[in-house]
Design a protein around this ligand. Sequence first.
Ligand code: SF4
Length: 326
Amino acid sequence: MAKKRILSGMRPTGKLHIGHYVGALENWVNLQDDYQSYHLIADYHVLTTDLNTDDIYQNTIEMLIDWLAAGLNPEKSPMFRQSKIKEHAELNLIFGMLISVNRLERNPTLKDQVRDLHIENIIYGHLGYPVLQAADILIYKGNYVPVGEDQVPHIEISREIARRFNNQYGEVFPEPEPLLTNFARLSGLDGNAKMSKSLGNTILLSDDPETVKAKMKKAVTDPNKVRKGDPGNPDICLVFSYHKKFNPEEVPEIDEGCRSGELGCVDCKMRCSDKISAFLSPIIEKRKYFEEHIPEVLDILHLGEMRAKEIASATMAEVREKMKIG
Ligand code: SF4
C-alpha cells in the first residue's frame, strides 16, 4: 500500500534553535520513514509579517542546512521553496474564491497573531494566510499535516476548502488531517513561553559549547532559590524543563538535589549545558560538512523542487480539467 503523504513547512528565518527541533524537526525526522514527507520552505508566508526580503535567500540556505544536519533525508523528504513552484500561487487564487472573508476573520490563530504582534491593520495576504496554506498542502494532496494544537484551526480551513472544491467541481483533493504527535514546546531562556530569535532567548542548533554555557548562565530558575543550600522547586524552573528533554536519565537526581538544596543552580546549569552540547555535537558536525559543500546543498534543493513541481503540475492539470478552464 502506498504511504500516506505529509506536508510540513517552516518560514525561512535563518538558523534554527532547539525550540524548532523539539517542536517540529525531531518529529519530521521520525516520521520520514513511515510517510512520504514533503517539506516546504515557506518564503511567501514570510511576507505576511515582514516585507523585507534582503536576507531571505541566505536564511533559506541556513535553514536548509539545519534541516539536513538534524537528519532530514533528501531522498525520502523533498525540500523545496514555495516561491519556486508557481502552482502554489495559482491554486491559492482559485481557493480564494471558495471561502468567505468572515470565515477567515474568525480564524483564532489570526486573532492571536494580531494580539501578539500588535498588528493594527491586517493586510489582505495575512488574512488569506490559511488559504495559501491550504494550497501548499492540497497541491501535493497531503493526507496529514504535523502541527501543534495552535495550527489545528488552519487545517480545518484546508479541509473546508478541499470539501468545497470537491463538491463544486468533482473529487480532486483529500481532506487533510492534523497529525498531533510528540509536539512539545520549549520555553525561551528568559522564561517566555515562546523561544524566538527576535526575543533573543534561544539556543541555536549551531551554538558551540562555550556559547551554550554563556547563554545558559542567563537562564531563569526558581527565583526563591538564591544560593546553593536554599531548597528549590524544579517544577517551576526553566532549566529543569531542559533537563527533562536533554538529560532525562539524571532528572530524578536533579529533582532531589534541587529540593534538598544540595544542588546549586550554577552547577545544575552547567550540567544541563553539557548535555545540550552533547546533543548538538553531531548536528554541528553535519552542519559543518554542508557549510563546506554548498553546491551539494543547492543540488538537494533543486532536486526537491523538481520532484515537488512534478506533483504540483499534475494536480493543477487535474484542477483545470475539472473546472474546465485554462
Ligand atoms: S537547582 Fe537546577 S532545577 Fe533547581 S532551581 Fe536551580 S537550576 Fe532549577
